[in-house]
Design a protein around this ligand. Structure first.
Ligand SMILES: CC(C)(COP(=O)(O)OP(=O)(O)OC[C@H]1O[C@@H](n2cnc3c(N)ncnc32)[C@H](O)[C@@H]1OP(=O)(O)O)[C@@H](O)C(=O)NCCC(=O)NCCS
Length: 151
């Protein structure tokens, strides 16, 4: 991850993140619909952007749960295809873990589709435990795996 600059997200990052999002995930899924600009406004202090020479390399959008005082939640994480498997996803999560711990959080969670094997393998490598698929967890008619990790 040398040569990368990691900083907090800003509202102006939303347009470039969404511009690459569907390509980044591959194959016809409309991930843009899940990432409103409001995250880059209200959760910018708990979200991170990684850049290499000014180009977007990766991002993590997360927040400290307002309802669950022990929990932090990651809504979205993505690394550009050319930067993958070099530790950037792990580095972004480590920054988030550090921030969550500093704010008294003891657990981090996120959700993913049971079809997203890469995401489940990545989170497992980072110490998350996947739940069995839960029907209708995030929206009607769709299963989700809930991944949790203690801090
Ligand atoms: C998932 C994603 C964020 C991983 O980022 P990355 O920078 O490539 O991950 P890292 O290089 O930090 O890898 C960390 C660990 O996860 C493992 N890992 C990462 N991607 C993996 C994959 N597709 N399959 C299996 N293991 C994987 C690595 O081997 C590494 O393990 P190790 O440290 O024990 O060797 C990236 O592939 C991506 O953006 N995918 C598309 C978006 C997505 O699915 N996001 C998650 C849903 S919100």
């Amino acid at each position: 991850v040398s040569g990368l600059e990691i900083r907090h997200a800003e509202p102006a990052d939303h347009a470039r993140v969404t511009a690459v999002l569907d390509d980044c995930w591959g194959g016809g899924r409309h991930m843009v619909d899940m990432l409103s600009r409001l995250f880059f406004i209200h959760f910018r202090g708990t979200s991170f952007v990684a850049e290499r020479a000014g180009a977007l390399a990766g991002f993590l959008v997360g927040f400290l749960s307002p309802a669950e005082p022990a929990e932090a939640y990651v809504h979205f994480v993505g690394v550009s295809p050319e930067e993958r498997r070099s530790g950037l996803g792990r580095t972004l999560y480590e920054r988030f873990f550090e921030l969550a711990r500093a704010n008294g959080r003891t657990q981090v969670s996120c959700v993913t589709s049971p079809l997203n094997r890469g995401s489940i393998a990545f989170h497992t490598a980072l110490g998350f435990e996947p739940s069995p698929p839960k029907a209708g967890y995030d929206r009607p008619g769709e299963d989700r795996v809930v991944l949790t990790r203690s801090l």
